[in-house]
Design a protein around this ligand. Sequence first.
Ligand SMILES: C[S@@+](CC[C@H](N)C(=O)[O-])C[C@H]1O[C@@H](n2cnc3c(N)ncnc32)[C@H](O)[C@@H]1O
Length: 275
Amino acid sequence: MGVDFLPDHIDHARAVAAAAGLDNIYFSDGDFVQLASDWPEKFGRFDYVTLHGVYSWISAPVRAALVNCLAHATAPGALVYVAYNGQPGWLGSMPFRHITRLMRETSDQPSTDVLRQSIEIFDRMAAGGASTFQILPGLKARVAAVKKQSPNYVIHEFMHEGWHPFWASEVAAELDRAGLGFVGTATIAETLLPTGLPPALRQMIEEQSVDSLRQDIQDFIINQSFRRDIFRHRRDDASATHSQQGRDMDALGQMQLHLLTSPQGAALDVKTSFA
Ligand SMILES: C[S@@+](CC[C@H](N)C(=O)[O-])C[C@H]1O[C@@H](n2cnc3c(N)ncnc32)[C@H](O)[C@@H]1O
């Protein structure tokens, strides 16, 4: 089942599902705020819930409603995937976000014109030696990156009222209210952390006994900007072991992978968020 309050998005999802020949899927053009207070029983509860690019793109009241929806939607032991913009990777972008959004709010011109004007202002401030560029080197890189990105994407990212990057500990604290506890990352390369870091930094992380602090310090070390976190519903009872998820975990545990070439010829370079 999929939820989005924009009917266009639901129409698109239905067309994709139909093209894929899926008939065990349905979509609702519901609003998280309304669903939070009136969750239809017929939706049922799910073993897997995914939120990609939603959590850090909605306002605080909508996010609170979304957390309530998660409490309704999760079966005992359910796994919940939440992908969101993380800190501190966006700190250098915050002045650009703030000024661009303020220009949007105080202008009656189209967003694309406002974006162009904002970039011009930042270029002029950089050329004039504005102090903030000195303490936030990432700001100059952000303005340069924005020039190469699609205006639609940038407008959605920076002029959107609800856009807000989070520290991992903040998301974990909010999801705790839905009975969800942090399990780990779904970004495969980041499962190698902190092992893949220089020893001194690795030790800093391993010294932390509080999980949320460990995550935030690790994100500071790698300058994290996008997290894919997995949470698990704590109401774990006997029925969870007989669930679809339990069967999927058994199947995964029995899966074997075989290298089809010799290890010598199998060099693989992977770009990760940390190396
Ligand atoms: C940044 S988009 C991400 C879309 C998609 N998951 C992706 O990654 O490309 C955020 C989505 O949340 C939906 N959304 C925002 N507020 C909502 C609400 N109150 N109820 C339901 N959906 C909402 C928007 O319509 C939009 O499709």
